[in-house]
Design a protein around this ligand. Sequence first.
Ligand SMILES: [Zn+2]
Ligand SMILES: [Zn+2]
Length: 324
Amino acid sequence: MLTPSHRFRDIERTAVYLQPEKCVPPVAQDSMDKVWFIKDGCGIACAVVTWFLVFYAEFVVIFVILLPSKDLIYSIVNGIIFNILAFLALGSHLRAMITDPGAVPKGNATKEFIESLQLKPGQVVYKCPKCCSIKPDRAHHCSVCKRCIRKMDHHCPWVNNCVGENNQKFFVLFTMYISLISLHALIMVALHFLYCFEEDWTKCSSFSPPTTVILLILLCFEGLLFLIFTAVMFGTQVHSICTDETGIEKLKNENPTWEKTSSWEGLKQAFGGNFSLTWFSPFSSSLYQQVPLDEKCAVTQDSNEYVVGRIVGHVEIIEIGQTN
Ligand SMILES: [Zn+2]
Ligand SMILES: [Zn+2]
């Protein structure tokens, strides 16, 4: 639905180079291109650092804290909990990174496609001039992914991907498991420090006392930093799901043009159906019910129509009019 604020929020310019006929249809992709992976150097580096930090925590927890401990039950129970959390965190990270966040087909703003939408005179569609696609409501263009993403929340370099409609569940799980693993590591570091103070420092670890202290302090910093960062992110994400407002929409502070869902409905949509254990699994899909663009826009065809394109802000508005 086009509102006055949409029409006039930016200065209009002439749409000379953005006519629908200038858009070329997307080329057929081979199977390798179907794997969603953003080739961004900074994002790849951040993702590698994330994995490295989890493995560093694994190393310290296993070789400095748990293996030298004399309490076998304590070591086994904490080892199992920590490894399960680490596995789920990395699984969520991987799924968040290689899941298409809800990219709109590139270059679909062709004359044929717009005609196939069978729009009524007076109806409008939004076209992204950067990726030449018809933008569904609530989609935003990401300059890193170079695509328009449905319900884009933000582009996260730590998962080297956009957080959008299709992968928000994995991102929420990633922040949740990283904050849990950080909290667990912090508790174990604190207990181990106490244990080393009570015992002899040479006996509480298989490393030398200075190395043990440095490794534990580094893990402590890492745990604190990630606990704060991911717990805040987790809270923000759950809040945005419950209020049905993405990070970008909140930032722009625009009046909602969509019908807001209830908190519970929002959670069910993001996590894939009714509440069950699969909500917490990064290996089950989010099963989001997508409404194809054609269904949203399909109406009866009118023969005497013309198409006008004009740029408003960062989008081109293609308006359907009647010839007489
Ligand atoms: Zn775009
Ligand atoms: Zn992106």
